[in-house]
Design a protein around this ligand. Structure first.
Ligand SMILES: Cc1cc2nc3c(=O)[nH]c(=O)nc-3n(C[C@H](O)[C@H](O)[C@H](O)COP(=O)(O)OP(=O)(O)OC[C@H]3O[C@@H](n4cnc5c(N)ncnc54)[C@H](O)[C@@H]3O)c2cc1C
Ligand SMILES: C[S@@+](CC[C@H](N)C(=O)[O-])C[C@H]1O[C@@H](n2cnc3c(N)ncnc32)[C@H](O)[C@@H]1O
Length: 667
């Protein structure tokens, strides 16, 4: 697979309207862009009436083929803002093979002054839009946009969603026959909620026949402007002659919706817990966020600066896809925070410090778009970094550093979140459909939904003791900036990393200690970090006067990372371990079996942990993932990636490995 994103190639007509060079077609009707969108997509899906009828906490999901300039999305959002109640939500899921560059998007949206408020909000978040699922959150979560960057025929099969209304856009079938195919129609059917509706501008015969064969009942409607006829439709059934849509394995199926009030408790107020609380709060949950310290971000998430570090694979692994989606999501969140104090988009330079790394970087540069990463030779890298370097490397222009406590504080300040600090949860009990958090004999909080976001401390809770999480101690060193070190203008990484100064100090990191259980910073690890600095740049070390720094008096902090064996985080609903082993025991004998026994969930119990060394990239989007699992909402990641992060993966592997061990023994 290749992750190279092709941006839309656009020609602008004499009135400044966009025309696709790739498809030789216009993005919207020259004469009646907005009216046509409203007539074809908004009216044929009855959106005014459906938005107005939404109850508190109800969410309407719109699916679209061909995001283009986002005009359809903005029109839907504008109408939603006008007529939906304050507790209702809109989730817009769309796919785009050739996303517009930010400059082209700005130019296109300038055509619609009446959509300016919405268009400006979209533009403000239109950063780090790379291949795969890209999640955007607007109006504190009232409106969510999941933009899948890639071909509809590749992306839609990865989507887990129930769509209520379809906007079938995507250039005229005659100009784009590759998209309007039976495979596409089958995906629309698979993803349709009961009685899902659709609107499309095309009445081409073979498109209509294809949609009907997939189970949609269609009606031709008079068009406006030059469009003679358009089509509306309703999803009625999965036709008997078609195979039923593939079902997911029961251990990765969605747990049933929780009855009762939308109340949640989240244990742990680091990056994972604050993100989870924010994503639930945005969906109308009342969240109690508990932590044993006086303030959020007091453990691993408490460093002065962390790096948006993307360790990618050229092979499209689940981890690599998670990183690209997570990076985009975190970058969009950061746009809300104060640059220079809370974060900076100064770029991240990963040095090609040996031949192996150099070759790895060459492969990545072939696989990914230059807007995500670029190879720089030594001279260009030095110019970019503002310091002397021993080699060139890979530059991530959209990367940078973050002050994680600022991100946590920003996420935790949602009005639906109640912060309960100095609350150490020692035990979880289930009573009357509620998870109760206890500290000895003191009941701290209770709710039908509980999320464990307390890193490796989840081991203390029943049902989690077997999850394979490891603690790895790490220490950063705080280095006072000097006049000469302040020229450092990007984060530079080799085995360690060093960031441009924040409030007069550079953060230098970080040590790895797999055995230590103590958290007092040590001089030996400061010494180790200074050695990492020498490897990054002898010039910077000199500018910082590193030779004269006494590790005994250097300042820093240490914390535990929490890592899983496959380096993917552990995110999703939890099952009862014993009952799981019994329910799927057949897998131990034959891993190809497909038992249909429903998964024995620990109803309402979820986890968001195992973010290792990259929590800034993975934890915020994992908050969205937990909320989507719990809320029956479209998943913000491809299904396969969500499954790769699922807590049940370990129990499943155990069962299947048991089978292998038996097989080996009998040979
Ligand atoms: C030295 C170091 C450098 C790092 N550098 C980077 C970097 O550059 N970039 C990057 O992306 N990531 C980096 N990381 C990793 C990143 O910090 C973590 O992935 C991230 O902070 C994990 O967030 P978390 O919320 O899962 O865990 P934590 O931040 O550890 O939060 C867990 C919270 O749970 C609370 N808690 C635990 N048990 C209980 C209980 N029983 N009751 C109540 N509360 C409880 C704790 O008090 C804590 O606040 C670094 C980590 C370290 C240690
Ligand atoms: C007519 S434009 C969409 C207009 C858009 N809805 C708007 O509001 O601006 C069609 C879009 O579909 C996209 N597209 C065409 N074929 C596609 C495919 N196979 N997969 C994903 N997107 C596709 C094009 O790149 C283009 O952006």
């Amino acid at each position: 697979m290749t992750d190279v994103t092709n941006y839309a190639q656009i020609d602008w007509d004499d009135q400044g309207r966009p025309h696709s060079r790739q498809y030789d077609d216009v993005y919207f009707s020259k004469e009646q862009g907005l009216e046509e969108t409203r007539h074809v997509f908004i009216e044929q899906n009855n959106l005014r009436q459906r938005f107005s009828a939404l109850q508190d906490n109800q969410c309407l999901v719109i699916g679209e083929t061909g995001f283009g300039t986002g005009m359809n999305f903005l029109c839907a959002w504008q109408l939603f803002a006008e007529c939906a109640g304050p507790g209702a939500r809109l989730h817009f899921v769309t796919v785009e093979k050739y996303p517009l560059s930010r400059a082209d998007l700005a130019k296109a949206l300038a055509l619609w002054p009446e959509l300016a408020d919405f268009g400006n909000a979209l533009l403000a978040e239109y950063v780090a839009v790379h291949e795969g699922f890209q999640q955007f959150v607007f109006e504190q979560g009232r409106v969510t946009l999941t933009l899948m960057v890639g071909d509809a025929l590749e992306q839609l099969p990865q989507l887990d969603a129930r769509v209520d209304a379809w906007f079938l856009d995507g250039f005229a079938p005659a100009k784009n026959p590759e998209m309007w195919t039976p495979e596409l129609f089958a995906q629309l059917a698979r993803l349709s909620a009961e009685q899902a509706t659709l609107g499309t501008f095309t009445s081409t015969g073979w498109v209509r026949r294809g949609l009907m064969a997939a189970g949609f009942a269609l009606k031709k409607i008079p068009g406006i402007g030059k469009k003679w006829e358009i089509v509306r439709g309703v999803y009625e059934r999965c036709p008997p002659e078609q195979a039923a849509p593939a079902t997911v394995a029961p251990w990765y199926a969605r747990p049933p919706a929780l009855p009762g009030p939308r109340q949640a408790l989240v244990i742990g107020a680091g990056l994972a817990g604050c993100a989870t609380a924010a994503s639930l709060a945005a969906r109308g949950w009342q969240v109690s966020l508990l932590d044993r310290h006086a303030q959020p971000a007091s453990e691993a998430s408490g460093n002065p600066q962390g790096v948006l570090y993307l360790k990618l694979s050229a092979h499209g692994t689940a981890l690599s896809r998670l990183i690209i989606s997570g990076f985009g999501y975190t970058r969009r969140l950061l746009e809300q925070l104060q640059r220079g104090r809370d974060w900076d988009a100064c770029g991240v330079l990963q040095l090609a410090f040996d031949d192996k790394e150099d070759q790895r970087q060459a492969k990545l540069a072939e696989a990914f778009d230059p807007t995500l990463l670029q190879r720089l030779n030594r001279t260009d890298a030095e110019t970019m970094a503002g310091i002397g370097l021993a080699s060139g490397g890979l530059f991530y222009p959209e990367g940078g550093w973050v002050h994680p406590p600022a991100l946590c504080a920003w996420q935790a300040k949602h009005p639906n979140i109640r912060l309960l600090m100095h609350h150490q949860v020692l035990e979880l009990r289930k009573a009357d459909g509620q998870w109760q958090a206890w500290e000895d004999e003191r009941l701290l909080a209770s709710a039908p939904l509980a999320v464990l976001a307390c890193a490796a401390e989840i081991h203390r809770f029943d049902g989690c003791s077997e999850l394979p999480l490891k603690r790895i101690r790490g220490q950063i060193t705080r280095l006072p900036a000097t006049g000469q070190s302040s020229t450092l203008s990007t984060v530079v990484c080799a085995e360690g990393y060093v960031a441009p100064p924040r409030l007069g100090e550079h953060t230098l990191g970080a040590s790895f200690d797999f055995t230590a259980t103590e958290l007092t910073p040590t001089a030996a690890e400061h010494q180790g970090n200074l050695a990492l600095l020498q490897e990054i740049s002898a010039d910077l070390a000199m500018r910082l006067g590193a030779d004269h720094l006494d590790p005994e008096v250097l300042e820093g902090r240490a914390a535990f990372r929490c890592t899983s064996p496959d380096y993917l985080p552990i995110v999703g609903p939890l099952a009862d371990q014993k009952a799981f082993a019994q329910a799927y025991a057949v897998l131990a004998k034959d891993a190809r079996q497909q038992p249909s026994t429903p998964c024995p969930w620990l109803e309402g119990l979820y986890i968001n942990s195992g973010h290792g060394s990259r929590g800034l990239i993975t934890a915020p989007l994992s908050g969205e993932l937990v909320a989507a699992w719990a809320d029956g909402a479209p998943l913000p990641l491809p299904r396969a990636v969500a499954e790769a992060c699922h807590p049940n993966r370990f129990m499943l592997r155990e069962l299947v490995r048991g089978k292998r061990r038996q097989g080996e023994a009998s040979q």
